[in-house]
Design a protein around this ligand. Structure first.
Ligand code: SAM
Length: 149
């Protein structure tokens, strides 16, 4: 294994978890900045060509983990690996954001759901190649159906 070090930090409008939209139908339109450390700036070369990025980050303010939990989008418990819960054995978050523009080592993005100051572990271009008709949304699709009914 290796000891991960942040490549930068997220600047977000959210100071605490209550401020982040949650539950069924939550929209993540908030803008933020991926503030990459200067020593990694060369690694951002050519990133401007991508509309969306995968951000891999640390839930640095989540305490411990639970293997079964009830997410805000349902009233039934699910296994941690079938959810996007912050309370996981390895507290790693993954968010797809829209890249608005780059200013040197700062990436302006839309769609953040992380708290201000969250450490970033990695960035990758988002390249979806799974056709929509092949995607199954598991318990979330059922929760959405119940919510609509
Ligand atoms: C449901 S998780 C999903 C995060 C990410 N999109 C994922 O799928 O891994 C999002 C929640 O994590 C919490 N959160 C955001 N940043 C955090 C941080 N740095 N430490 C702990 N919890 C955080 C907020 O309560 C937010 O609503």
């Amino acid at each position: 294994m290796f000891s991960p070090e942040p490549i930068g930090h997220i600047r977000s409008p959210y100071q605490n978890t209550q401020q982040v939209p949650k539950g069924l139908g939550a929209q993540h339109e908030a803008e933020g900045i991926l503030d990459v450390l200067p020593q990694y700036e060369v690694g951002l070369t050519d990133i401007e060509g991508f509309s969306h990025l995968i951000v891999i980050w640390v839930f640095d303010r989540a305490g411990g983990f639970e293997l079964l939990g009830t997410p805000p989008s349902d009233n039934r418990p699910h296994g941690v690996f079938a959810t996007r819960s912050p309370r996981r054995p390895n507290p790693i978050g993954l968010t797809v954001v829209e890249l608005i523009r780059r200013e040197g080592s700062r990436l302006h993005v839309r769609g953040v759901d992380m708290l201000d100051g969250t450490p970033i572990l990695d960035l990758k271009p988002y390249l979806s190649n799974i056709p929509a008709e092949k995607l199954r949304r598991g318990w979330l699709a059922e929760a959405e159906q119940r919510h609509k009914a």
